[in-house]
Design a protein around this ligand. Structure first.
Ligand code: PRP
Ligand code: URA
Length: 209
């Protein structure tokens, strides 16, 4: 069964309060999403493997460590996932970025895929699928399926806010994908919005309605 991690770091929780606030404008919202994505990535990469190397300091040779093992791929779910990419690249600038375009049909709440472009070596990469919102779970489930169909083997899912319904659906559909969340909320409303949530993530990031 997939593990679920809810980040309780004070800096993440502090910034999430302002992300949720309806009075936070587009510019500040975008900056905060970026910052929280960086902080979450810092936690997620805690278990990355290292290897020992020798490095010459101005004084002597030091035994030191560099990252080893699988390379990363960041896969934002369009549109809103784009808001988290730069924050992640701040920490891992060499990561490759693929895109999965999905929107949620407002009537059926079912995801509709409209675009997929991925690095050609995704099978060899550790992939972080990112989207600010995990509501019914339909979008994340479909995006992960899309990645697996194209060869992905190692996926983590990272979101800002999740509803319990979405977490359960995602765990059931993809028991191999661990889920990383900054805020686990109460429920979905009748329109499939997370309560209390933050509203429509794409609209708040890009200033649309
Ligand atoms: C939002 C959000 C997720 C999805 C979550 O995207 O960014 O992708 O809804 O809902 P779900 O878990 O019920 O599928 P939306 O469909 O509004 O598209 P957008 O990012 O293009 O605005
Ligand atoms: N998508 C959003 O952007 N917000 C929600 O609360 C649910 C889905």
């Amino acid at each position: 069964m997939a593990k679920v991690y809810v980040f309780d770091h004070p800096l993440i929780q502090h910034k999430m309060t302002y992300i949720r606030d309806k009075n936070t404008g587009t510019k500040e919202f975008r900056e905060l999403v970026d910052e929280v994505a960086t902080l979450m990535m810092f936690e997620i990469t805690r278990d990355m493997s290292l290897e020992e190397v020798d490095v010459e300091t101005p004084v002597a040779t030091a035994k030191s460590k560099v990252l080893a093992g699988k390379k990363l791929g960041i896969i934002p779910i369009l549109r809103a996932g784009i808001g988290m990419v730069d924050g992640i690249l701040n920490l891992i600038p060499a990561a490759k970025v693929g895109h999965v375009g999905l929107y949620r049909d407002p009537e059926t709440l079912k995801p509709v895929e409209y675009y997929v472009k991925l690095p050609n070596d995704i099978a060899d990469r550790e992939l972080i699928l990112v989207d600010p919102m995990l509501a019914t779970g339909g979008s994340a489930i479909a995006a992960a399926e899309s990645l697996k169909t194209r060869g992905a083997k190692n996926i983590k899912f990272m979101c800002l806010i999740a509803a319990p319904e979405g977490v359960e659906a995602m765990q059931k559909a993809h028991p191999d994908i661990d889920i990383y969340i900054a805020g686990l909320d109460e429920k979905l409303n009748e329109k499939g919005y997370i309560v209390p949530g933050l509203g429509d993530a794409g609209d708040r990031l890009f200033g649309t309605k």
